[in-house]
Structure formats: C-alpha cells, structure tokens
Design a protein around this ligand. Structure first.
Ligand code: 5RP
Length: 215
C-alpha cells in the first residue's frame, strides 16, 4: 500500500501553487507529501503543521513551519485519513493528531485528502473512531459514548496527544449519520474533538493508483 500512498501524495502536489502557505496533516501518506513538498519549498511561503511529528519532518527538509494564528485562513490543506466514504466524509485520528487536523481543515479553503484504496468504505466505522478527551473525563466520556452510540470505547493507554490529552477508540460502529454522530459526541463535556470529519468533509479525495483517482 505504501506505493499507493506515494502516488496519492504526488498527485496532491499538483494543488500546491506558488506563494501558498500549505496546511500539512499527519501520517505515513502525508510523509510522502512532505518529502515531495521539499522539491517545491522555494516556491511556497511556508506551512502550518498538524503535529510535532510532521513539524519535525518539515523542518528536516528546511521547510518553514508557521503559526496558524499568524497566517490566518489557508488556501490548501493536505492530509490522509483512516477511512473515507463516498461523500468524502472521513474517520481520522489513527495517528492521534485529530484535533489539530480538524482545526487546520476548518481554517482551509480546500481540503485535499490523500488515501490508498484500502481506506475507501461504504459506511464509516469499521476503523475504530478516535475521540480525544481531557484525561479526567475519560471514564465519563466512555460511558456517554456507550449510551449514545452503542459502540465500545477502548482507551489508547500508551498515547498522550500533542495537546496533553488521551484517546478513546470507539469500536463496533456503523455510522449511518456521520454529521449527527459528530455533533452528538462533540457535546459530551470532556470531549476535545471527534475523529469524524463529516460537518467539514474533504473537498477532494485522491485515491492512490496508476493513475490516481480524484473524487
Ligand atoms: C493522523 C491521521 C492520519 O491521516 C491517518 O491515521 C492516516 O494515516 P496513514 O496515512 O499513516 O495511513 O488522521 O491522526
């Protein structure tokens, strides 16, 4: 699948225009995008990064990383996903970077999502849905998730997010109303963000292949 990821990332480079500040996601697919972006680094103004991991890779290529508060709205955001449905709605957060990813997606005019074909699903939920929580609210949020969704939350107990929070992965979901579930889970006190990108889906999905498919 890594070749499919690389092909999707290469196609996404076509969306980068001179003078842009590019929002950059997190993960193994995005790592290919960052490596490709290095070839264009003198043509862009800089980047906004969604994680410490991506920041480190960007800086290792000598690509400038900027603060979203200083840049204002972005033209382009490129990120991967764990699942994608036919309406470009996503599950994200397998790499625990969902909150900053969601912030950058919201700040961006065009969100280009890059995936390999295994990420495409009819109904979201086969991949456990990540939810970032404030640590003291972990059990409360888990109980509410069971009540609201019927899914089974599992604490990713070896992970602390870049924001100092914890992740619950919700198993056993078949998400027929992604916008409704995103809204309902967002309202639980202690939830920082939900890895459903349905209210603000991707604008473009590039599925890696020869040739890549643009949805
Ligand atoms: C990180 C993410 C990633 O985009 C998602 O996990 C996909 O990762 P990969 O490109 O390694 O398959 O949401 O929080």
């Amino acid at each position: 699948m890594s070749e499919m990821k690389r092909l999707a990332a290469e196609k996404a480079l076509e969306y980068v225009e001179d003078g842009m500040i590019v929002g950059v996601g997190t993960g193994s697919t995005v790592a290919y995008f960052i490596d490709g972006l290095a070839r264009l680094k003198d043509r862009i103004k800089g980047t906004v990064s969604s994680s410490e991991q991506s920041t480190e890779r960007l800086r290792s290529h000598g690509i400038e990383v900027m603060d979203l508060n200083a840049t204002g709205p972005l033209s382009l955001y490129v990120d991967g996903a764990d699942e994608c449905d036919g309406n470009r709605r996503l599950i994200k957060g397998g790499g625990a970077a969902l909150t900053r990813e969601k912030i950058i997606a919201e700040a961006s005019k065009t969100f280009v999502c890059i995936v390999d074909p295994s990420k495409q699903v009819g109904i979201l939920g086969r991949f456990p849905l990540p939810v970032e929580v404030i640590p003291m609210a972990r059990s409360l949020v888990a109980r509410e998730i069971v009540r609201i969704t019927g899914g089974q939350p599992v604490w990713r107990d070896d992970v602390v997010t870049d924001n100092g929070n914890w992740i619950l992965d919700v198993h056993g979901l078949a998400i027929t109303d992604p916008v409704g579930m995103e809204r309902d889970l967002n309202q639980i006190p202690g939830v920082v963000s939900v890895g459903l990108f349905a209210r603000r889906p991707a604008d473009v999905v590039i599925v890696g292949g020869e040739p890549p498919v643009v949805l």
